[in-house]
Ligand binder design. Structure first.
Ligand code: 6R9
Length: 644
């Protein structure tokens, strides 16, 4: 039995949802989803109100539609509708990489900036439905670009600034973007990131791009291509400060976000407008118990889904004040997060377990020397949070006062699906606890048989919620294959979970060939194909292994081509190669030279064995008799790289 943390009296007093309300709303949301979502669909402003709520089938061709005959504009919901009441309220607090740089942007100011960019993009010929690739650092212009895209009905595709030119090119080509919005350079932890130079490199292989818009962030020297590149500042200065938002259908695409799958190249997850905004804003309000006037900070990057739903769309749709941080947790010191909390009087703080674990290593003093008195609620996302990290976060960061919402969700889900609600859920360290309204988790065994009661198995969701992805860009077949065929008629999450006797969910991690490195999803197949692209590599197999800070590390088994020497230099070269091919987040932590890989007689690599060896759990390799050559295993065990 794990320890239970009751709802603090202070939280219970002011929380939007108490335990009784949670159960009432939850039951209604399951018994009468149409009625429940019709009611909550009204939380956003519709130009033409919807009359249909839900049209979903998880079978056959699979279709997911919410509020389909309603029309709206997402940016108008995040800006225009707040102007009368909150024009002078801060929408975005921007905290720069350098602690001396910060800014407050009001709703009125943000509205004007978005209108100007919407006009500028229109002048460049960008129309509703066109794809806009955004490759920006964490500066306000990233939010402005997202909202300007939404305002004109275009579809944005943000590529994380840490991705390589090749990875960027692949994402531009897949959706045929006509325009890229970037910056001269990014700034993280005092170091410059050559964003514009990366775009130039990527565009050598992208023919669809007609325009590149460049924000001046550092003033660094960059090459501007005449006729293609323009400075953001020049365009918006010339553009008109008002703009009429384009009326869009509820099911019009809002954004694409590429994420790793278990096979092949990254998948372009597509989210649409109405249902997504209802779900993102509703979860933001209730999960973070957001009250008017609260200062809310999510430390994610807008390059990930968490930044989309919980830095920009959810908070701004709610008229919240959202903090956007350009830097990293340990620059200039390991107190940075807590200094920022004190500087801006942050009430709600949402981060990833990997950040907590890396700060935990520095001891309590860098936390304790700050006040953090403004904090009321803490959140966690991206990977399972181990109970040690949870209790440290609770005791040291939150001074034992602040509940922690451990929020489980995915790029595909658009918003949080399993989570505590601070005023409604007693907490257990390491558990994401209970489903949000309208969400029906389902546990199945490998054969797809539903498992009841306290159990462990594969996590599926029985029916749709408004924030669910609609398809994969240009590949509906892969969408069906990836999510609805393993367990027909159910959405398969790719995660394993345990459900305890109280009905609490404990996510155990991916059950497919996706690994989670510092909260970032990596497909082992992507790292493998980067490795085998190296001229000296014959074959590679990549698995995850437990890593103290990152959650999972990347362990690569590499077979060199005949005659190549396995040297330390080559090891370094391969690590750099993968960094260059994909980006630093994909760098292998350990590379083991493997004369052979364990394969079945039909030539299939037995990853189960490779995972065990990488975990240093080589005593229990299971049945190896079906291997074509069982002796390769002895060599792998003998030369294993992880001996902790
Ligand atoms: C939001 C986000 C999704 C995968 C997901 C799961 C893991 C996310 C978690 C968690 C345990 C949590 N994950 N939150 N595991 N507890 N609270 O991270 O989206 O980048 O698509 O990753 O992350 O394995 O399947 P995404």
């Amino acid at each position: 039995m794990s320890e239970v943390y009751p709802i603090p009296a202070e939280t219970a007093k002011s929380a939007l949802i108490d335990e009784k309300t949670y159960h009432e709303w939850y039951d209604r949301s399951i018994k009468d989803p149409e009625g429940f979502w019709a009611e909550h669909g009204k939380r956003i402003d519709w130009i033409k109100p919807f009359t249909k709520v839900k049209d979903v089938s998880y079978n056959g061709d699979v279709h997911i539609k919410w509020y389909e005959d309603g029309t709206l504009n997402v940016a108008a919901n995040c800006l225009d509708r707040h102007l009368a009441k909150r024009g002078d309220q801060t929408a975005i607090i921007w905290e720069g990489d350098d602690p001396s740089e910060s800014a407050h942007i009001t709703y009125r100011d943000l509205h004007e900036r978005v209108c100007r960019l919407a006009n500028a993009l229109t002048d460049l010929g960008v129309k509703a439905g066109d794809r806009i690739t955004i490759y920006l650092p964490m500066i306000p212009e990233a939010a402005v670009a997202m909202l300007a895209s939404a305002r004109i009905g275009a579809v944005h595709s943000i590529v994380f600034g840490g991705f390589s030119p090749d990875a960027l090119a692949g994402r531009i080509q897949d959706c045929d973007s006509s325009i890229v919005i970037t910056a001269d350079e990014g700034l993280r932890g005092g170091r410059k990131v050559p964003l514009k130079a990366n775009v130039d490199k990527a565009l050598e292989t992208c023919w669809s791009v007609k325009n590149v818009v460049v924000v001046k962030r550092t003033g660094g020297n960059v090459h501007m291509v005449t006729g293609r590149d323009s400075w953001y500042e020049d365009l918006v200065a010339k553009a008109a400060p008002t703009h009429t938002p384009v009326e869009m259908s509820a099911e019009a695409p809002l954004f694409l976000l590429y994420t790793s799958g278990s096979t092949g190249k990254p998948k372009g997850v597509l989210h649409t407008s109405g249902g997504y905004l209802v779900y993102a804003s509703m979860t933001h309000q209730y999960v973070f118990d957001y009250h008017d006037g609260d200062i809310y900070w999510c430390t994610a990057d807008v390059g990930w889904v968490t930044g989309h739903s919980y830095i920009v769309y959810g908070p701004l749709a709610n008229g919240a004040t959202t903090l956007m941080f350009e830097g990293i947790p340990n620059y200039p010191t390991v107190s940075r997060f807590w200094d920022v909390v004190d500087k801006h009087k942050v009430n709600i703080f949402y981060t990833a377990p990997t950040a907590i674990r890396s700060l935990m290593r520095e001891g309590e003093e860098p936390v304790k020397k700050t006040s953090r008195a403004s904090l009321r609620l803490l959140g966690s996302v991206g990977e399972p949070i181990n109970p040690e990290a949870w209790t440290w976060y609770h005791r040291v960061v939150g001074d034992g006062r602040c509940p922690i919402v451990d929020t489980w969700w995915q790029t595909e889900t658009g918003g949080i699906l399993i989570t505590p609600l601070p005023g409604a859920t007693p907490l257990k360290p390491g558990s994401a606890t209970r489903p949000f309204f309208g969400v029906v988790p389902l546990m199945v065994d490998a054969e797809g048989k539903e498992l009841l009661g306290a159990t462990e198995g594969n996590l599926c969701i029985a029916d749709s919620w408004p924030g669910q992805m609609r398809t994969l860009w240009g590949d509906h077949e892969r969408f069906k294959q990836s999510y609805f065929t393993t367990y027909p008629g159910r959405y398969f999450t790719g995660d394993g979970a345990r459900r305890d006797e109280d009905g609490y969910y404990w996510i155990t991690g991916r059950v497919d060939d996706v690994i989670n490195v510092s909260g970032h999803r990596m497909g082992t197949a992507e790292v493998e194909s980067a490795l085998v692209a190296h001229p000296k590599v014959a074959e590679a197999a990549v698995v995850g292994y437990p890593h103290e800070i990152k959650g999972q590390g990347i362990y690569a088994y590499v077979t060199l081509i005949q005659g190549e020497e396995p040297t330390e230099e080559l090891r370094k070269e391969l690590v750099n190669w993968v960094r260059k091919e994909i980006g630093p987040i994909a760098s292998p932590d350990l590379i083991q030279w493997s004369p052979g890989l364990p394969k079945t007689r039909s030539g299939k690599i037995m990853r189960r064995i490779l995972r065990k060896i990488a975990e240093n759990d080589y005593g229990a390799l299971g049945d190896t008799s079906t291997l074509a050559d069982p002796t390769v295993v002895d060599d792998l065990v003998e030369n294993r790289m992880n001996r902790v």
